[in-house]
Design a protein around this ligand. Structure first.
Ligand code: PXG
Length: 440
């Protein structure tokens, strides 16, 4: 491969997503290649990917089997219409996905996590109506929840900057409190003991709005984007019980937790709590081709199937639902996960990962370390009057030393590909540890 790597002449036309555009364009960071655990930058430096891209490349980069499957597919069938027509791989992939977990008989294909969330919310509303519960239109999310950037997702999401600029959002939403508490749970390894009672707030919302107005509750089983918020022991089970008591559907947003991140296929398997619907994206194709899928529990689909014969049962879908290249990438991705036994591998790695991360506990500025599976969070005390500045400095310094981390607020998130080796975990923690000694 050529190492004569070029900068584009003009960075201005690309309005970059969730990016400080002016800062970036004054100080660009471009990746031009990737392999396994590493990116290569435009100035020919290796950077260890401690974030699996954006939480999506769970099997590491440029896996031959996936690359070849996509190449073969694009040479065979580049696109097929998704409405009233199909192609074999989408059906094959749906069957392989539903076989991964008991009790979920259908998947609905989307192209991203945001679309998966909007799809799940819409299925929940339509399902309630289909079973004669059409007054149930309210959607409950959670503070500090991230459910992508569609209007549904930001409405049930709980991040002020994602909401405040975009008008009144969806009407008829409400929010549970988040579960993060440094006071009670700082430096917990795995799931904290304190906080299951926070699920009881759903009873308060039921008392306020009446259950007959509530269609669904959506939560991330482990909240990634807002800083690795690990669910307290018993919390998700309690949410499930309250939902059951009141005929409310429970949706897990597994866009980050799906496909091995916690050391199990899905968080629902890891926690032993079964939502009615769960969303996925990212790791479904190892990030190679955009795709998402919403899994529906047995019976949800059936509730739609007594519509008159020949009529469309659900007025929803995307031009690219089940796209041939995505389905091919997804099938190959599942083979890689299975052949490398990556979910089991993640479970096996996580104690080492946990110990390594917690060795940062006594480093400067660290006010919490938390972890579950192959996700870690290191929370820093913010610089007074300059929130996010300390974590951004750590991000830049890690990058300069060949390590890619994610930051959100003053929290550092680490979520490496599941192929990582112990010595690479050491590199992450050693580099981060050194950097923490030098940041302001
Ligand atoms: N739900 C969850 C739980 C997510 O984490 C989405 C939905 C939206 O997915 P799309 O594919 O529409 O972006 C996400 C996305 C970060 C980070 O660093 C997290 C995401 C995306 C980008 C960055 O925390 N999560």
């Amino acid at each position: 491969m050529s190492t004569a790597l070029q900068m584009p002449n003009d960075l201005d036309p690309y309005w970059m997503p969730f990016t400080a555009n002016r800062h970036f364009k004054a100080n660009p960071k471009l990746f031009v290649e990737a392999e396994g655990m590493y990116y290569k930058t435009q100035d020919n430096r290796q950077v260890l990917d401690a974030t699996a891209g954006l939480w999506c490349c769970n099997a590491g980069h440029r896996r031959r089997r996936i690359v070849e499957a996509v190449q073969k597919q694009v040479e065979t069938l580049d696109y097929a219409p998704s409405f009233q027509l199909g192609h074999p791989l989408a059906f094959e992939f749906a069957a392989k996905l539903t076989a991964m977990i008991d009790g979920y008989d259908q998947v609905f294909f989307t192209n991203s996590g945001s679309e998966s969330v909007d799809t799940a919310l819409k299925i929940a509303l339509a399902y309630q109506r289909a079973i004669g519960q059409g007054t149930r239109t309210r959607l409950i999310g959670r503070e500090r929840g991230y459910h992508g950037v569609g209007f549904g997702g930001i409405s049930v999401g709980g991040i002020v900057n994602n909401r405040k600029t975009f008008g009144p959002l969806l009407s008829g939403t409400d929010h549970l409190p988040h579960t993060h508490s440094l006071e009670h749970n700082a430096f917990t390894r795995g799931q904290p003991e304190w906080g299951a009672h926070l699920a009881d707030d759903l009873e308060r919302l039921v008392a306020l709005h009446d259950a007959s107005t509530i269609a669904a509750v959506i939560v991330e089983p482990l909240a990634g984007s807002t800083g690795v918020l690990v669910p307290p022991q018993g919390y998700l089970k309690r949410l499930r019980e309250i939902c059951d008591r009141h005929g409310i559907l429970l949706i897990f947003d597994e866009v980050i937790t799906g496909f091995g991140r916690l050391g199990a296929s899905f968080a629902t398997e890891y926690f032993g709590v079964k939502p009615d619907l769960f969303t996925t994206a990212k790791g479904i194709t190892n990030g190679v081709i955009p795709m998402g899928a919403v899994f529906a529990r047995k019976g949800i689909y059936d509730a739609f199937m007594d519509a008159p014969d020949g009529s469309i049962e659900l007025f929803h879908g995307y031009t690219y639902s089940g796209h041939p290249l995505a389905a091919a990438a997804g099938l190959a991705t599942l083979e890689v996960y299975r052949e490398d036994d990556l979910f089991q591998r993640a479970a096996g790695l996580s104690p080492y990962f946990e110990d390594a991360l917690h060795s940062l506990a006594d480093h400067p500025h660290v006010i919490d370390v938390r972890n579950l599976g192959m996700v870690g969070g290191v929370e820093l005390a913010p610089i007074s009057g300059k929130p996010t500045a300390r974590a951004m400095e750590a991000f830049q310094k890690c990058f300069d030393r060949g390590l890619l981390i994610r930051t959100t607020g003053d929290i550092i998130a680490v979520s490496p590909p599941l192929i990582i080796e112990n010595r690479e975990i050491d590199f992450i923690v050693d580099t981060l540890g050194d950097v923490l000694k030098t940041v302001h």
